[in-house]
Write a protein that binds this ligand. Structure first.
Ligand SMILES: Cc1cc2nc3c(=O)[nH]c(=O)nc-3n(C[C@H](O)[C@H](O)[C@H](O)COP(=O)(O)O)c2cc1C
Length: 215
């Protein structure tokens, strides 16, 4: 039989144990909550990092006519693939006369007749090493790429980089433009050929569909 003191003692003792258990449970719960907060804040930090991170895809383009057809496509493509955009700017701008394909003496005709012509470029991609995929855009000239694209490719070490050509034209397809560029100016790159003529200023969503077909 338990006397009053023992009863009080046992009751008190049980209360202490129950309280201790609660304290432990509470501590565990707090620790778990802190842990999940921390990992979710780590997660959100990582997301911010990814969003702000350095881009590994470049869209480089040359556009010469007043319409700037290739530039329009390049801008949408950069959005579609989340890429940096680089305009290949000629040292000497092409005038309307320079672009006259009916004139045998025009600058473009002379350059395109000479496969070794390498028109100068005024600007440079300073951080080429950061890119592993490069979309290269140009207007089709005489069924191939303008020689300034050869100049561009030959300025960098593109070994192992993935290069995807695209173009605009008056109706011609890519022809051998990609193969010509690969052979002459960047044989060590990983070319995805033939690339594509993207006429009619395709919207970002349809460019995304094209890019998916490359994978
Ligand atoms: C010198 C020259 C040659 C061209 N040769 C072709 C050609 O062989 N086939 C074709 O379909 N379009 C040809 N074009 C038309 C351009 O490819 C077309 O207008 C292109 O969309 C222009 O792009 P841009 O506005 O970015 O310069 C030629 C244009 C020029 C200036």
């Amino acid at each position: 039989m338990l006397c009053g003191g023992q009863l009080y003692f046992n009751h008190h003792f049980i209360s202490i144990i129950v309280m201790k258990k609660f304290t432990v449970l509470f501590a565990v719960a707090v620790a778990l909550m802190l842990g999940s907060c921390q990992s979710s804040s780590q997660k959100s930090d990582a997301t911010v990092e990814t969003t702000d991170s350095v881009k590994t895809t470049l869209v480089a383009y040359f556009s010469a006519s007043e319409v700037r057809a290739t530039e329009r496509v390049a801008k949408n493509l950069a959005k579609a693939v989340d890429a940096d955009l680089f305009e290949i700017v000629p040292e000497l701008a092409y005038t309307t006369e320079d672009l006259d394909w009916n004139d045998k003496q025009s600058r473009s005709t002379i350059e395109m007749k000479d496969s070794t012509a390498r028109p100068g470029i005024a600007n440079k991609v300073e951080n080429m090493a950061q890119y592993n995929t490069i979309y290269v855009g140009f207007p089709i000239w005489w069924y191939t790429a303008p020689r300034i694209i050869n100049t561009f490719l030959e300025q960098y070490d593109l070994t192992g980089k993935t290069i995807i050509p695209f173009a605009t034209s008056g109706g011609s397809d890519m022809g051998k433009s990609g193969e010509d560029l690969k052979k002459a100016s960047a044989p060590n790159a990983n070319w995805i050929l033939p690339g594509k003529v993207l006429n009619g200023n395709p919207p970002v969503d349809s460019l995304k569909v094209w890019v998916e077909t490359l994978k």
